[in-house]
Design a protein around this ligand. Structure first.
Ligand SMILES: [Zn+2]
Ligand SMILES: [Zn+2]
Length: 208
């Protein structure tokens, strides 16, 4: 006997299907699938030949006594992580295994091949950052994503959660400065000293 659906039930089923990803644009593929394209790209990626000297160091030309190695070329894939899909380069020979482990050939957010920096995907929310002022370094230090900060604030609505104002009042400026100061102290101690950055004084816990 055919089931009689009310309009409400029908709408509910539509929503459920949507939540499970049916009918999403990304699933409508015309022509070869994302997996097939990635495998084709992996097959077309040439191997890389490197020359090592007998001490195992890579050399570029005519050193006497060299060993030639052939390595698979690298292919860009998107690795699933708890923080979303991240661009990674893997050996072309590992692409089948990567596909079996849920890696994708394209970023599912922008449906393109965006880069591996936190702000490189045109569809993902942008994060504030600082750049290390040491020219040879230039490391970028990114703040949290806004949704992670919102999640923290949601927790704070629980009346049993203790709200620590010292942390709640931190800003992207303060957070990234703290990380950059630490980076300067560890990686560039001379520049840190010149900029007047000092390590926080270790509290003498023993005497309390
Ligand atoms: Zn993207
Ligand atoms: Zn640096």
């Amino acid at each position: 006997m055919p089931r009689q659906w009310t309009e409400g039930q029908r709408e509910e089923a539509r929503q459920r299907a949507k939540e499970h990803g049916f009918g999403r644009k990304a699933n409508v593929t015309h022509g070869p699938s994302d997996e097939a394209l990635l495998l084709a790209r992996a097959q077309a990626t040439p191997s890389v030949v490197t020359k090592d000297n007998l001490e195992g160091e890579e050399v570029t030309d005519g050193d006497s006594g060299t060993v030639t190695h052939t390595k698979p070329g690298l292919v860009r894939v998107y690795k699933p992580t708890p923080f979303g899909y991240k661009a990674r380069y893997i050996p072309a020979t590992n692409v089948t295994a990567a596909l079996n482990n849920g890696f994708l050939g394209k970023c599912p957010d922008c449906n393109g091949e965006c880069g591996d920096g936190p702000n490189d995907c045109p569809e993902r929310p942008k994060r504030m950052y600082r750049t290390c002022p040491v020219p040879q370094c230039g490391k970028q230090i990114f703040d949290y994503e806004q949704k992670d900060i919102d999640a923290l604030e949601d927790d704070a609505e629980d009346p049993m959660a203790i709200r620590d104002d010292a942390y709640m009042q931190s800003t992207p400026q303060l957070r990234t400065k703290a990380v950059l100061d630490k980076h300067m102290l560890i990686r560039h101690p001379n520049e840190a000293a010149a900029a007047g950055i000092v390590a926080p004084v270790q509290r003498e816990v023993q005497r309390v």
